[in-house]
Design a protein around this ligand. Structure first.
Ligand code: BGC
Length: 719
């Protein structure tokens, strides 16, 4: 733990919703050789030196399980210093004291929302003569009201550009956290992309609406020529309603507002300490006649390097791929969130484990998940239970199967994609505690019965009025118990740990599972029994699943739990044709249905907008929920055939086994792995298929069942 000279500070007198700004004037005594700012906040901050922004980190210090781990940042600020300097730092509520989650009033929510924000900072200056000076936060710093009159995660921001501060107020020191301070661990959140407004129009209801043509997470930047006191008031929405009017009832209690009071003249502004998920904005008030050129959507997300690419001959599928990538960008704002718009925006564990494989192929997510997994472990209850959301803003809820299993599934995927054994070592205790939790909590030994689960959440076979698909909850829970135990055993063996008793446990679970569930009643039950290798005769079960799907009209009936594995299961057991049929289907329910309806991100519901144009509901209807984007797994691994070899993870060795289909002319995928670029493309040429493969590692290429062992390089095969 580092020693801090600084004190935690906050305004002496509470400023209510107004964001304080802290200020310190300082002049160096000698010639400066270098300077660094170490800084963090309870809340979120934006620091400036002489009016220039320090670093590019938006919403720093990011979102962690604050009571256990609070990141501080370190910026080189040498270039920003002058003979006379002014440091100023804005502090807002951020995730720290916003009232989250929005749909449920809990004591914990009330407690967190009442927490006061604070600032801790040290400017370390090294002079050319080798001496040093530290300018540290303490009660000598000024503080005052800033122009940000209100800022909160769900409700948005209110800014008064015409406000000028009359005088500084007193700053108080307080006893803030020390032991929990850690250096920045995750990726920085940054302004990553800018999307120009595509059009501006008046709706049938007479509202002026701007369309960005793409759903983004971040904020709107606008410029306007106005008089002091003029108001800009903007609401955010994802879709238009059936009549073509502005709509955001699905944001539930999140106001997602931007209110800006103008100063005189031409001005450009965007919110500072919050974010929104949106494609459309409604100009409730705007000075003068607005034009599209005045608006830009700034996409703000974790600074991950793009590593994956998916393309093919079908425009609809290409849009789906784009939606998957955007779904990831829009929901990877320091924490993998379910959605970026309504009064949730939480790190739902189920969604995270469902999507982690695709996520790790699309982008370099190693640092991003590592930080989040450390939070998961830090938030684990004394009995090993894992929260529904990490950071755990729902601490009173018991764990659910397939959600809490993120504890084992996520580290294992990091190991496979990046060959990261260290993360297994770091998470090993957490994985163990999770498996032990189930063992201690179940009503029936070797199964997981009892408890409260989300089941096959949003399954298409849900009884009327329920969010949960028809698959049995005990079945799902027991299947994941087996799966998590198997991953824990694999991790233990790799790390040289004694996991013999867990191996026995695993075999007992499988045996008991087979006895208890000799038959499968739903698509998802089949899928889990096959993918987790619980069924005795896997081929027979897969054939039956294929029959069942065909009987269902070659349609999925699955939800969050079954959907990620449906195509992989079909392909693994010789039903790739049916897998393609599901992927290429355009009618509801299917991935392409939302594309047909104009989606630019992945929807929470297969029928977020129903065939008759009405909304599924207002209650639970996000148009930016990345989870079903997990279908990208199959496109990389099966359609293009790029596979990690479990014994040589991190693409140290690669198995490339593309599976073409006549309904597409060509398809290609690539992943920039730690070893280099792997890519696979197939193209129909008359009735033959040309396979073009580039691999950075020793690989096994399998074409039409024939195996070729190849060295790194580029190859062409004909099938
Ligand atoms: C979230 C989901 C989440 C689910 C749990 C929803 O409200 O948006 O994505 O996994 O609750 O059941």
């Amino acid at each position: 733990m580092r020693e801090w000279k600084a004190q935690w500070i906050r305004p002496q007198e509470d400023m209510g919703d107004i964001c304080p700004v802290f200020q310190k004037a300082w002049s160096p005594e000698k010639e400066v050789a270098g300077a660094e700012l170490l800084i963090t906040a309870l809340g979120v901050y934006e620091a400036r030196i002489n009016g220039k922004r320090v670093g590019e980190y938006i919403l720093a210090p990011g979102w962690t399980a604050y009571e256990k781990r609070l990141q501080y940042q370190q910026y080189d600020v040498t270039e920003l210093l002058k003979a006379e300097n002014e440091l100023s730092v804005l502090v807002g509520k951020g995730w720290y004291s916003s009232s989250m989650p929005g749909w449920m009033m809990t004591e914990d929510r009330i407690r967190r929302a009442a927490r006061k924000t604070g600032l801790l900072a040290e400017l370390h200056v090294v002079y050319t003569d080798g001496t040093q000076e530290v300018i540290a936060t303490d009660k000598s710093w000024n503080c005052g009201e800033s122009q940000i009159r209100f800022s909160e995660i769900y409700d948005g921001e209110i800014y008064d550009a015409s406000y000028t501060r009359k005088k500084w107020a007193e700053t108080a020191e307080f006893e803030g956290p020390w032991e929990t301070l850690i250096p920045q661990e995750g990726e920085e959140i940054r302004e990553m992309e800018r999307v120009q407004a595509k059009s501006i129009f008046v709706t049938p209801a007479g509202e002026t609406v701007v369309d960005f043509g793409q759903e983004v997470t971040g904020y709107v930047e606008f410029h306007v020529n106005a008089k002091a006191g003029d108001t800009v008031k903007i609401l955010h929405g994802e879709v238009l309603d059936q009549q073509g009017n502005f709509y955001n009832d699905n944001y539930r209690s999140a106001k997602a507002e931007l209110i800006y009071t103008c100063k005189d003249g031409v001005q450009t502004w965007h919110p500072v300490l919050t974010f929104y998920g949106f494609r459309y904005i409604k100009l409730v008030e705007f000075p003068g006649k607005a034009a599209a050129e005045q608006f830009t959507a700034v996409a703000v997300y974790s600074n991950m390097k793009k590593t994956g690419s998916l393309r093919c001959s079908d425009a609809g599928l290409n849009q789906l791929f784009s939606n998957i990538f955007w779904g990831q960008k829009d929901n990877f704002l320091d924490v993998p969130t379910d959605c970026p718009q309504r009064d949730e925006r939480l790190g739902w564990t189920g969604d995270a484990q469902v999507f982690i494989k695709a996520a790790s192929y699309n982008y370099d997510t190693q640092k991003f998940y590592r930080k989040w997994l450390h939070d998961l472990a830090a938030e684990q209850r004394a009995d090993g239970a894992v929260g529904h959301v990490i950071p755990n803003f729902l601490p009173d809820e018991g764990p659910s199967a397939a959600w809490a299993d993120a504890a084992t599934i996520c580290p294992w995927q990091m190991y496979l994609t990046y060959g990261d054994k260290e993360i297994l070592a770091e998470q090993f205790e957490s994985m163990k505690r999770w498996v032990d939790y189930i063992t201690g909590a179940t009503k029936d030994k070797f199964l997981w019965t009892g408890g409260e689960h989300f089941g096959d959440w949003l399954g298409l076979d849900a009884p009327v009025g329920s969010y949960k698909g028809s698959s049995r909850e005990d079945f799902i829970a027991s299947a994941f118990y087996a799966y998590s135990t198997s991953l824990f055993v694999k991790a233990g063996k790799l790390l040289g740990e004694d996991v013999a008793s867990y191996e026995v446990l695993y075999h007992n679970i499988v045996e008991k599972f087979r006895k208890t569930y000799p038959e499968y009643k739903t698509q998802t039950e089949y899928i889990l029994a096959i993918w987790f290798e619980l069924a005795e005769d896997l081929q027979k079960a897969a054939d039956e699943l294929a029959e069942l799907i065909k009987k269902d009209g070659s349609q999925m009936r699955t939800g969050f739990v079954g959907t990620p594995y449906i195509l992989p299961v079909l392909s693994k057991y010789d039903h790739t044709d049916l897998a393609y049929t599901l992927l290429l289907r355009k009618e509801y329910p299917s991935w392409l249905y939302s594309v047909e309806k104009g989606a630019t991100t992945i929807w929470e519901h297969w029928d977020g907008i129903m065939e008759n144009g009405e909304f599924w509901s207002t209650d639970m209807n996000s148009f930016n929920h990345y989870a079903y984007g997990s279908v990208a797994d199959w496109v990389y691994e099966v359609a293009a055939g790029i596979n990690v070899v479990e014994d040589a993870p991190g693409f140290e060795k690669i198995r490339i086994e593309p599976k073409a289909d006549q309904r597409l002319e060509w398809l290609e995928a690539s992943i920039r792995t730690r070893k280099g670029l792997v890519s696979s493309r197939w193209t129909w040429q008359e009735d033959r298929i040309k396979y073009e493969i580039t691999t950075p590692s020793e690989s096994v290429v399998i074409i039409d069942g024939r195996e070729y062992v190849v060295e790194p390089g580029s190859y062409t095969f004909w099938g």
